[in-house]
Structures are given as structure tokens and as C-alpha cells.
Design a protein around this ligand. Structure first.
Ligand code: S6P
Ligand code: ZN
Length: 185
């Protein structure tokens, strides 16, 4: 019997995925209208500044029950006014669907918000493992001077609800105050 190579390789030092089935997406400053608190400052930043990019390995169809998806996200260092560069954030469409994040490189903060809009946050550093329970919106801010890289694993039928965050945002923002990250209501 043949022993096959896998079609996807993860570089365990960098978190980067390689293989023909990897999807890539990027969010530039121009794509993030309304995401940061100070929209005027965002609009004045270079439009092609890269805020974050995501590699995704989706081995089964989206929506399939029982399958898993894998992602590698990189959030670049930067700020919009006092607010750190961060991901848009989302709830899963299935509020029962949890997710794991783990940090590979850099430093940051995972911001979580429940459906009552109560926010909490966890520090991300290489090796930190984060269990995101179902029903918690999640977003990641890079609080360091270098790239923040983290991997993720979530269920293929979790789905994504971006609308809620697009319309109402999170009830707290992560800002730099006296050189330190502070969650501001
Ligand atoms: C997917 C998982 C991550 C994010 C990625 C970008 O469930 O949480 O792969 O998609 O970090 O964040 P966002 O909020 O733009 O999807
Ligand atoms: Zn998610």
C-alpha cells in the first residue's frame, strides 16, 4: 500500500501554509471602511497599506456538517490613530460553533464579545492557545512592532456573520494609552 504525502504543509516555525488548495485573502486599509473608531484618520492612511492577510485550507465544502477548516492569519503592525491594526471580527453564523486560535509569532490581543455585547480579552504571544466558545464574536489586534501570526481551526458548518459587527461594532476598542494596550469601552 502507498503512503501518500499530504497536499498541504504547515511551516511550524512561521505558521505559513503551502499547497495547491490554499486560498488567500488580504485586507488593505481601503477595504476597512468604518472598522476603526477614527474613520477620518483611516481614510487619510495609504489606501494599499496591508492590515491583514489570511490563508485558508477548506478541505470540505462550506456548510458540511462534521468537517473542519484551518486558517493562518497575519496581522501587520500599525495603528489607525490610537487603535491597533486588527481583523474585522465576526460571530459564527452557528452560535454553537467554537474555534481554536493559537499564536505562532508576535504579540497581540484576542478580543471577544458575547451576544449581550460583554467584552473580554486574552493576551496573544507565541504558544498561547485560545478557545473561542460559540456565541462569542472574535477579532485580533496586533499590539507589537512586528507581524502577529496565528493559526485557527473551526468547523466547516460554523459560517460567518460579519453583518452584526459591521453594523454595531464591538462594545470596546483596543487602543494604545501611554505605550500600552488598553480596552476602551
Ligand atoms: C475564521 C477565523 C479566522 C478569521 C481571520 C480573519 O472563522 O476566525 O480565520 O477569518 O482571522 O478575520 P475576519 O474577522 O476578517 O474573518
Ligand atoms: Zn471565526
Amino acid at each position: 500500500m502507498d503512503i501518500h504525502k499530504t497536499s498541504v504543509i504547515i511551516n511550524i516555525s512561521t505558521g505559513i501554509l503551502t499547497g495547491k488548495d490554499i486560498l488567500c485573502s488580504r485586507k488593505l486599509i481601503r477595504d476597512l471602511v468604518g472598522v476603526f473608531g477614527n474613520e477620518q484618520v483611516r481614510a487619510e492612511l495609504p489606501a494599499d497599506d496591508l492590515v491583514y492577510e489570511v490563508q485558508a485550507y477548506l478541505p470540505v465544502d462550506e456548510g458540511k456538517e462534521g468537517g473542519l477548516f484551518f486558517g493562518n492569519s497575519t496581522v501587520y503592525p500599525g495603528k489607525v490613530d490610537k487603535e491597533y491594526y486588527m481583523t474585522r471580527g465576526h460571530f459564527h453564523r452557528d452560535l454553537n460553533a467554537a474555534e481554536f486560535y493559537w499564536c505562532i509569532k508576535g504579540e497581540g490581543v484576542l478580543i471577544l464579545m458575547d451576544v449581550e455585547r460583554k467584552v473580554c480579552a486574552e493576551k496573544m504571544q507565541p504558544g498561547s492557545l485560545h478557545y473561542i466558545p460559540g456565541g462569542m464574536a472574535h477579532r485580533v489586534a496586533n499590539t507589537g512592532a512586528h507581524k502577529l501570526v496565528f493559526n485557527a481551526c473551526w468547523s466547516s458548518d460554523a459560517g460567518h456573520n460579519y453583518q452584526d459587527i459591521d453594523h454595531h461594532g464591538f462594545s470596546a476598542r483596543l487602543e494604545e494609552v501611554a505605550g500600552k494596550p488598553v480596552l476602551m469601552p
